[in-house]
Ligand binder design. Structure first.
Ligand SMILES: O=C(O)CCC(=O)C(=O)O
Ligand SMILES: [Fe+2]
Length: 316
């Protein structure tokens, strides 16, 4: 749309009073024009500084609250990085399963467990499912196990809603891919933490997440709070996250942050990247707010307690 021009108000002409007053009013006008120009410059400079600050903050991912070290950059391909951290006491208040409950704690990141092609395929499962619903706020989830899908401000049960027609949405290959991915991640976790792979059991919730910059509408959309998975989800002993989109290509903000005194450590998502860690308070964490674009991920967690185990989701 073309900008509208405003008519410039004309000064009254011809009266002697007006003529006599002109010198001082011209000077006053000049002074006020001068100060208006200064204000304008100050405003423009201020706006530029604010914009530069925002761009710098956004390029770093935003929400920075102190010193931050990058544990895994989005533009590096990691064949496996592991950092050991002392275990918290959280596991002592739960039943222990020797050979499984964490004795060695820490966090690992690998870009070689899942290929980018597999990540692309698994993302299309998330896209298919989430296209049937989606939260009114910025965070939507799809849980293939329970069938929970965000719709508006609530959740529906996809399996109950679609019945047999669910076979028109997902294929057996989709579920097989989920099982393959889950198994590869389970093996990587067992190896990193020196435990027996068969002592780990998939636990709930396991879900796809889709996050964008739409303002939160309900508490379910507030994904950014700092938390401990063992406290939030109870049964989790080992958490894994498989990222399905790329930081700074697909979205801005949305980095994963291990919250620590002294220096936070971030994991920048990239498609196919698996980040895994013991679920106690030694791995307090949060997700930065997503500022633009859409971020896809899947949370897959394991428990040592067989009573809290769930079977792989099946297409019924
Ligand atoms: O998506 C992420 O990076 C982290 C999600 C998370 O913290 C969780 O599901 O508990
Ligand atoms: Fe978490």
């Amino acid at each position: 749309m073309a900008p509208q021009r405003r008519a410039v108000p004309k000064a009254p002409q011809g009266s002697g009073a007006a003529e006599r007053k002109r010198p001082s009013s011209i000077k006053a006008g000049w002074v006020s024009n001068e100060s208006r120009r200064k204000w304008l410059w100050a405003t423009v400079l201020g706006a530029c500084a604010a914009l530069a600050g925002f761009l710098l903050w956004d390029s770093k991912g935003g929400d920075d609250d102190g010193v931050t070290e990058v544990l895994a950059r989005h533009d590096e391909l990691l064949s496996g990085r592991f950092i050991e951290v002392p275990c918290s006491e959280d596991y002592n208040s739960h039943r222990r399963f020797e050979g499984c409950s964490p004795r060695k704690c820490g966090r690992g990141v690998s870009d070689t467990i899942i290929t980018r092609e597999e990540a692309q395929l698994i993302r299309s499962i998330a896209e298919k499912g989430l296209s049937l619903g989606g939260s009114d706020g910025g965070a939507s989830i799809l849980d293939l196990h329970s069938g929970a899908l965000s719709v508006g401000k609530h959740f529906v049960n996809l399996y109950r809603y679609f019945g047999d027609k669910i076979q028109n949405v997902f294929s057996e290959d989709d579920f097989q891919l989920y099982r393959d991915v889950r198994w590869k991640v389970q093996q990587a976790i067992a190896q990193a933490f020196d435990i027996n792979v068969s002592s780990l059991h998939l636990t709930k919730p396991t879900f796809f997440s889709r996050i964008n910059s739409t303002a939160a509408q309900t508490a379910h959309d507030e994904y950014w709070h700092t938390h401990v998975d063992k406290v939030t989800y109870g049964s989790f002993d080992y958490t894994s996250l498989l990222y399905l989109s790329d930081f700074l290509d697909d979205f801005g903000g949305g980095r994963f942050v291990f919250v620590e005194e002294g220096a936070n450590r971030t994991v920048e998502p990239r498609a196919g990247r698996v980040s895994f860690f013991t679920s106690g308070s030694e791995n307090l964490h949060r997700v930065e707010k997503v500022h633009w674009g859409t971020r896809y991920a899947i949370t897959i967690a394991f428990t040592c307690n067989p009573d809290h185990g769930i079977l792989d989701p099946v297409l019924t």
